[in-house]
Design a protein around this ligand. Structure first.
Ligand code: COA
Length: 166
């Protein structure tokens, strides 16, 4: 498996994934669910690429890079890295968000994808630990985090707050 940064050459596979990804699954949100290929290519893809070096975005927006996980030539998942924390991210979604396509779940892609993403994130983020948040009832994602060295650092009514040391 390998991670590839979002790019123009993989537009079609990235679009298929983005259009099929639910608008909200376990707190992982996707405003582009159902987007057409035309709109993805012309508007969404340039916008997502620009998030790495944001221009004209509001103050709260931190640089964010999208990566896709490829397994034997097939795009199987998406991993987003937010480059640093704000107060809202520290007490919220943290540094990394991810998903695996439904028909590829349960065979280690989430675990391997997070491992590869952490290698990159550890070089980017200035904080001493990688912050992650997961819903209490999302056992699969909790396992993915724990297998990548996460510890529970807090909780609220619906979430666990996890951290992975650099
Ligand atoms: C969470 C998610 C990324 C896991 O991806 P995955 O490729 O299925 O993960 P893995 O195959 O590496 O599985 C990790 C562990 O979870 C277990 N698991 C998988 N699906 C499960 C389920 N529905 N219920 C309980 N455990 C499950 C696996 O058996 C494995 O545990 P094991 O190593 O003890 O056998 C995927 O389910 C997903 O995309 N969910 C929707 C979006 C989401 O929840 N994102 C995370 C937000 S924090």
């Amino acid at each position: 498996m390998e991670l590839r940064k979002i790019n123009l050459n993989d537009a079609y596979a990235q679009w298929e994934y983005t259009a099929a990804l639910p608008a909200d699954e376990n707190g992982l949100t996707n405003p582009f669910h159902g987007v057409s290929f035309e709109e993805y290519k012309e508007k969404v893809l340039p916008r997502l690429i620009s998030y790495e070096h944001p221009v004209g975005m509001p103050d709260w927006f931190v640089p964010e890079t999208y990566y896709y996980l490829w397994d034997e030539g097939r795009l199987v998942g998406e991993f987003r890295i937010r480059h640093r924390l704000t107060e809202a991210l520290r007490n919220g979604a943290g540094h990394i968000g991810y998903s695996i396509r439904k028909d590829a779940r349960g065979r280690g892609c989430g675990t391997e994808g997070l491992r590869l993403t952490l290698e990159i994130a550890k070089k980017i983020v200035p904080e001493d630990e990688i912050y992650l948040r997961v819903n209490r009832d999302n056992i699969a994602s909790q396992k993915v985090m724990l297998k990548n060295g996460a510890r529970q650092a807090g909780e609220d009514e619906t979430h666990l707050f996890m951290r992975i040391p650099k």
